[in-house]
Design a protein around this ligand. Structure first.
Ligand SMILES: [Ca+2]
Ligand SMILES: [Ca+2]
Length: 540
């Protein structure tokens, strides 16, 4: 039984009402419909208990995925229409970039209302249907949650900014004196507001919440309960590095951040079968700790993974990160919606699909929870022209070679189609055995079929700058030997003494009959074609 009465009582204490914290507050800010107590009402998703640990996730920008009603903008019903595609790709989880009503009307990271769906995306009923249909297919859904800041047009901020006596003034970070010497991602984070200043680490339209105010923490926990009660399977927490500020030089990765994320983790644990992962770009390992988020994106790994493939050898940087980061509990990527993590892989590899497939094979055989970014599986490239760089990697998904790439029936999509949509779309790659799409499908299927790849131990055989990335994964009595030849020439690998097996037989690529292993010196060597992948299996 994944849930109990005891657990339910404990959970009730976690979802305390924020509205009670400020007497008269509800009347003062009637438009803020995301304020108020939410009682925990957990229900079972029907997903396996370890759905998140064993599967592959996909990150989706709803705006760019599939337009279902012909207005040129992707929406929730569009994602629901594409669930069968996602199932055929083999993913077990979907991370939806922000779906709540936002001031930016683009990426969604400026929330106007934490409990309302972005009107361009549909309704709560559409959302409930998406979650139910995903669960029917064994796919979990996690939501992006913006805990550091709201939109400047959020009713609570408007109230706080307009009136220094507002009960919500202390929900944000205001100062009556000018602050000097601060520099964050957004430059000077102190934004003038009449005779005062407010703190916004990223943007003038994104004022930071005052997370030292217990009422604000309760507000967020209530909002998390709101979505958990609707059946979501977890969250991706945005920008957890900048939650608390302690001074001009102490605004990143402060100790208080970890404590707050542990509270969120406790809440999800009480619901059961939920997964949370944090974006902590400058210190991801620390935020992966059990007393913090429990999992975070392994930023840095994608850079050195791609660099290794490009250089044709396993770089010392990649091996160092794999030795020092708790990768098994982290989320791994090749790319994401943020340009700081790199451009689209198709761009980084200059359209070289052989190398692209090596990177995908590495991602999907290493420890961690792999997240692919929508369209990565077909080589979706950049959209141009755009207003700013991040938008270029958030182009419409290419479904077919028909009008607007099958993304919309409108005259035009909300953003230009990506540059390679005619050649790189799902329909064009669907039945081509050597396509990127089918490489991704085969690799995800391989991972889904072998617990050793999902959660198994990890032993690196390669040394710095070897042409072949060789490692062993082991679980449940099965040992897998993964060999990825990054070099553009043949390479030979010898089984080291410590990694003996009587006979390794090939399980990837499909149809391979290659075997090696045994006691003679010759039987301990295997030859790999240039830029190729081979995975061997042996019973322990
Ligand atoms: Ca639409
Ligand atoms: Ca903050």
């Amino acid at each position: 039984m994944w849930w109990s009465r005891v657990g339910y009582r404990a959970l009730g204490a976690l979802c305390l009402g924020a509205a009670l914290a400020a007497p008269g507050a509800m009347a003062a800010a009637p438009a803020a419909s995301d304020v108020g107590k939410v009682l925990a009402a957990p229900r079972d998703s029907g997903l396996p208990a370890d759905w998140d640990r064993k599967g592959v996730f996909i990150e989706i920008l709803v705006r760019a995925y599939q337009d279902s009603d012909g207005d040129g903008i992707g929406d929730l019903n569009g994602v629901t229409q594409r669930l069968d595609y996602l199932k055929s790709l083999g993913v077990s989880g979907i991370w939806l970039m922000p779906i709540s009503a936002s001031q930016d009307h683009d990426h969604g990271y400026a929330p106007l209302n934490y409990r309302a769906i972005e009107p361009e995306y549909g309704t709560l009923a559409d959302f409930d249907r998406l979650v139910a249909e995903a669960h029917k297919r064994g796919i979990g859904v996690i939501l992006d949650y913006v805990i550091n800041h709201s939109a400047a047009e959020h009713p609570l901020f408007q109230h706080a900014a307009d009136d220094a006596a507002s009960p919500y003034r202390d929900w944000y970070v205001f100062s009556d004196t000018e602050q000097k010497g601060w520099t964050t991602y957004g430059g000077d984070p102190w934004r003038q507001n009449g005779a005062s200043w407010y703190y916004g680490a990223f943007d003038v339209i994104m004022p930071d919440w005052n997370l030292r105010n217990p009422a604000v923490v309760d507000f967020h926990l209530d909002n998390l309960c709101f979505w958990l009660n609707r059946g979501v399977d977890g969250f991706r927490f945005d920008a957890v590095g900048v939650l608390y500020e302690n001074g001009p030089l102490e605004w990143d990765n402060q100790p208080e951040n970890h404590a707050l994320m542990k509270r969120a983790q406790d809440l999800l644990d009480a619901y059961g079968k939920r997964y949370m992962v944090c974006e902590a770009a400058s210190d991801p390992a620390a935020f992966s700790a059990a007393d913090s988020c429990g999992s975070a994106f392994a930023f840095g790994l994608q850079k050195y993974l791609i660099k290794s493939v490009q250089m044709g050898r396993v770089t010392s940087d990649l091996l160092y990160l794999l030795r020092t980061m708790p990768v098994a509990r982290m989320a791994t990527i090749l790319s994401s919606h943020d340009y700081y993590a790199g451009s689209r892989p198709f761009k980084q590899f200059g359209g070289d699909e052989a190398r692209y497939k090596l990177a995908a094979a590495t991602l999907l055989t290493l420890p961690g929870r792999p997240f692919i970014y929508y369209g990565e599986e077909i080589g979706l490239v950049h959209s141009q022209p755009v207003d700013y760089q991040d938008q270029s990697i958030r182009g419409p998904m290419s479904w077919s070679g028909e009008a607007n790439a099958g993304f919309t029936t409108a005259q035009a999509s909300f953003r230009p189609l990506v540059e390679n949509w005619r050649s790189h779309n799902v329909a064009a790659q669907q039945d081509r055995p050597d396509s990127l799409l089918n490489a991704y499908r085969a690799l995800i299927a391989l991972r889904n079929a072998h617990p050793a790849l999902q959660t198994g131990s990890f032993e690196v055989i390669s040394r710095d700058d070897d042409p072949v990335f060789a490692f062993v994964r082991e679980a449940d009595g099965e040992r897998l030997l993964v060999l990825i030849n990054y070099a553009a020439r043949d390479a030979e690998v010898a089984l080291p003494e410590g990694v003996q097996a009587s006979a390794w037989s090939a399980i990837y690529p499909a149809g391979s009959t290659q075997r090696f292993g045994g006691t003679t010196a010759a039987a301990k060597h295997v030859k790999l074609a240039p830029m190729s992948v081979a995975v061997f299996s042996a019973a322990r």
